[in-house]
Design a protein around this ligand. Sequence first.
Ligand code: BG6
Length: 466
Amino acid sequence: MFPKNFLWGGAVAANQCEGAYNEDGKGLSIQDVLPHGIKGPRTEAPTEDNMKLVGIDFYHHYKEDIKLFAEMGFKVFRTSIAWSRIFPKGDEETPNEAGLKFYDDLFDECRKYGIEPLVTLSHYETPLYLAEHYDGWVNRDLIGFYKRYVTTVFNRYKDKVKYWLTFNEINSILESPFMSGGINTPKEKLSQSDLYQAVHHELVASAWATKIGHEINPDFKIGCMILSMPVYPLTPDPSDVLAAMEQDHKNMMFADVHVRGCYPGYAKRYMRENGISISVTDEDMEILKNTVDFVSFSYYVSVCATADPEKNVRGEGNLLGGVPNPYLKASDWGWQIDPKGLRYILNTLWNRYQKPLFIVENGLGAFDQLIQGADGEMTVEDDYRIAYLRDHIRQMEEAVMDGVDLMGYTTWGCIDLVSASTAELRKRYGFIYVDRNDDGSGTMKRYKKKSFYWYKHVIETNGQEL
Ligand code: BG6
């Protein structure tokens, strides 16, 4: 039932797997000073307890890892370019050749196996210098720096990469201004006007990227990337229904601008009624008309919303959160699991936009135990991960049967990597186990989990045998 050319694969981000944080001229990124993810404060300089500095050393292991992805039959591999490998501080005039060379080799390696790279231009890894000297995306200058960066990489990889995403989970800036927007001003001191100014700058930069990319190679497919999260009313009380709608609007605004090329009325109203004033030029409004080719999104959790202040408690969850759903179970990290929500959000986005959709993140972060398998090889019996993915793929198929135009599916953390929200390695998502632990111990050896063989079969049968 999945289309013939369905893009099955997996996803990672540079900062969560590459390591080599200061090799070959790379500048520091904001991740290099975030040893505790979003849970803890940033540090002044990189500290040894920051697992991302070494990651899973993908920088030196990528050939071995891509070979394993190819063995699973990946059609697509999503990764990001670490901006600070290309422009170490972010505001230079000329790029760092060694950084460009690394991604040349990486994309060549993918192509060798017929794997299509899907590249995120900015995945929570703004150059630290831009955060400290410009306050990140609050500053309009970031648009110019980003334009220079994307022009450089579009030109360099125009024959190697076709699929691009402009900003990872662009809507998460509302919750995590430093991680998502490189905004150094502490969240509690950041005014809503500055926050929405940063939002506007990112939206304009994203539209510039679409325009520039299409000029460089008209065959490019350029998408936005949204943290998707169905918001259900906690009860049928119409006030709860409206509370859910309003919470949803805050996320949908980002996709609406990317697809429709202008701000929706409800967003203008929100800014007006909350005293949010931002500067917008005529040129900005023209540029926003460069709309995306497809809409991509991550999907992990759904939430509830209520108008009742007593019931309005925030549960654990992805960077954006909400009221827990009494009908759903949760992962070990408290993220509620809702496969049907995936069918729901796919239909919602398709009905709203009629644009091709791409699920570029979905998966289960879990504790894995490495054991000796029947064949003597070390492995992980991760039936819980298989069950999670199977349930979600079934709902994807339902959505395809509903008529949704779905381009592909890249599971998150196809190889174990460092978590974004908690900066831990023990929160594992992969089909491939990496022997590295949160205390820094481990051999870095890679082992195939049970899910490795399962996903290989899913791809082989184009999702027919789960
Ligand atoms: C998404 C991010 O929010 O969720 C990824 O785009 C992240 O970078 C993923 O890793 C899973 O979250 P976590 O916190 O479990 O790593």
